[in-house]
Design a protein around this ligand. Structure first.
Ligand code: BES
Ligand code: ZN
Length: 584
């Protein structure tokens, strides 16, 4: 019986408790070659269905060392291919000899020219939501949690990190290679499996935190994220002791498609966060917060994705409040609300749902991704908090965390727990409407920021001549103000660009916001900046608004098409998908 619309796994056949991975990382052929050993909770016979995508399976062996018959099902566009292993005798572990495809959807193989150093290739994985199956055959459903061990053979001059504790190192079996061991002793859902290989250095930031990056990037990264230990302490004071031993993270080459990915013990981050002024560190706070909300309690299926992200945006803003104050947190909540309303309008117009929880059978999780689970989910968690007050809510968080630690949770399971543990909130907050309704409930929390209110006033009747002096605007304030300008206000956008130095800022978020406005307003002469930006960035969230704005008018559309065509090779599949949809 399948109980995850995005997995062929049938948990009545057994559950994975441990994975043992042995990989040779072959940069020449762009493949992982090796074995995956799936350890099940108890020996059983009958079929065992695993998820795969684009894998070449050579052989399957049981724990008695004898081969097992297997067959691959027809490829499904969304799900990949079912690997059915026939167990004609009680079998507790299956070992699969296989190799990945150069097109593996989880893996990015970068040329040296796509790295900062320019001398060595780089590879990285991105498994959420359902790409782990292109890396290894497994039960690729977040309802299954497993520990893992890995031995990864890489070219000697490179290094590797995984979402696991690093272990011993020994020479590889072929010349000029070495084999690194990793161990993840806590059970994790498969989407948190992660590997990056390249020229990687590291620096300690605190007793339990370290930043990894290419040699030319590590110093800037260490400075940008120096506050990570304070963030950890702030998160622990709300969510309880950090459960994963160390918190390390890696700043990847620009092709990494996301702002960040919460791979346990090794968060993956985009280099576009290196603004030089720590103004974008809330993304690190977000990924760190997933160590509790997501990695300790995880969504049962992608239909419950909002549980991961809504809770994590809530946690992120608690950390931001602790470190940078209530005004900073309120600003981010206000801007989040604006983004949510805009996203919901667009989705509604396109006939897409704005519900937090809806059936996703047949739908590709990458195509379903939006800000709705983040910001509407955040509003729901905050609505619950506001009914009972922060003190009582913090007690609820404690019981919630200890009740579901290391477990998958569904939307219904969450609602039941709220009704049980927070009855007063469940009475006042209409959970069914929040979870399954289309709009934003009228009693949704409202956030006030003095600064943003002042900017709203300033924007009324604003002219380029009225640039206020001196005041240093925060990134959030600037993005907010830009969003208040009329889309076609070319003089205003231009003046703001030169006044705040947005055309040439090292802050990629600001540059994205300005370039998108400038392209839409038809400001002339911005082609070089657009070209630079699109050739440099790989993060979907920053590329999309710029390409979208360029595609709206006829003047910049050919350039957008040309740049997307020229860069698609260095972008992740999910980025390509999002940008192709934008150009359609
Ligand atoms: N877990 C997500 C990234 C993700 C979501 C990958 C869905 C694949 C499918 C991560 O925690 C995240 O939300 N990243 C955000 C940053 C955050 C501050 C909103 C991003 O990458 O923009
Ligand atoms: Zn997240």
């Amino acid at each position: 019986m399948r109980n995850d619309p995005h997995s062929y796994a049938d948990l009545t056949q057994g559950r994975t408790t441990d994975l043992v991975l042995n990989w040779i990382v072959d940069f020449e052929d762009r493949k992982l070659r090796g074995t995956a050993c799936v350890v099940l909770d108890s020996p059983a016979d009958g079929p065992l269905d695993l998820d795969t995508r684009d894998l070449q399976i050579a052989e399957v062996i049981g724990d008695d060392g004898a081969p097992l018959a297997f067959e691959l099902g027809d490829p499904d566009e969304v799900l990949g291919q079912r690997l059915r292993i026939q167990r004609d005798r009680p079998i507790g572990t299956v070992t699969i000899l296989y190799e990945t495809s150069p097109e593996a959807s989880a893996l990015m193989w970068l040329e040296p020219s796509q790295t900062d150093g320019g001398k060595h290739p780089f590879m990285l994985s991105q498994c959420q939501a359902i790409h782990a199956r292109s890396m290894a055959p497994l039960q690729d459903s977040p309802q299954v949690r497993a520990t893992y061990k890995a031995r990864v053979t890489i070219p000697s001059q490179l290094s590797a990190v995984m979402s696991a504790a690093p272990g011993s190192e020994e020479p590889g079996t072929t010349p000029e290679t070495r084999t690194l061991a990793f161990d993840m002793p806590q059970p994790i859902p498969s989407y948190l499996l992660a590997l990056a290989v390249g020229e990687i250095e590291s620096r300690d930031l605190g007793p339990r935190t370290r930043v990894y990056a290419e040699p030319g990037v590590v110093k800037a990264a260490a400075w940008e994220f120096a506050e990570v230990e304070q963030m950890l302490e702030a998160a622990e004071s709300v969510f309880g002791a950090y459960a994963w031993d160390r918190y390390d993270f890696i700043v990847l080459p620009p092709s990494f498609p996301l702002g960040g990915m919460e791979n346990p013990r090794m968060t993956f981050l985009t280099p576009t966060l290196l603004a030089g002024d720590r103004s974008l560190v809330s993304v690190l706070a977000h990924e760190l917060a997933h160590s509790w909300t997501g990695n300790l309690i995880n969504n049962a299926t992608n239909e419950d994705f909002w549980l991961n992200e809504g809770w994590t945006v809530y946690a992120e803003r608690r950390i931001v409040q602790a470190l940078y104050g209530a005004e900073a947190a309120a600003q981010q909540s206000r801007l989040g609300r604006l983004t949510l309303e805009q996203t919901m309008q667009e989705r509604e117009a396109a006939g897409q749902t704005n519900a937090l929880n809806y059936p996703q059978a047949g739908l590709d999780p990458d195509a379903e991704f939006s800000k709705v689970p983040y910001e509407k989910g955040f509003l729901l968690i905050t609505a619950l908090e506001q009914v009972v007050g922060r003190e009582a809510f913090d007690v609820f968080i404690e019981t919630y965390m200890s009740r579901f630690r290391f477990q998958a949770l569904s939307t219904a399971g969450f609602a039941n727990f709220v009704r049980e543990a927070l009855p007063k909130a469940a009475e006042q907050v209409d959970l069914d409407t929040w979870l399954h309704g289309e709009g934003i409930p009228a009693d949704a929390p409202d956030f006030h920021s003095d600064q943003l209110a002042a900017l709203t006033e300033l924007a009324k009747g604003w002219t380029p001549e009225r640039c206020p002096s001196a005041k240093q605007w925060s990134t959030t304030e600037t993005i907010f103000f830009l969003s208040l300008l009329k889309p076609q206000d070319a003089p205003g956008t231009e003046a703001l660009g030169s006044w705040l130095g947005l055309r040439s800022t090292g802050n990629a978020e600001l540059q994205c916001a300005w370039l998108a406005r400038a392209a839409e307003a038809g400001i002339s002469g911005i082609e070089p900046e657009l070209r630079d930006f699109i050739n440099r960035v790989g993060r979907t969230k920053l590329l999309k608004p710029v390409i979208e704005a360029m595609a709206k008018g006829s003047a910049l559309r050919p350039l957008a098409e040309q740049l997307v065509a020229a860069n698609r090779g260095r972008w992740h599949g999910s980025t390509r998908m999002a940008l192709d949809a934008t150009l359609e």
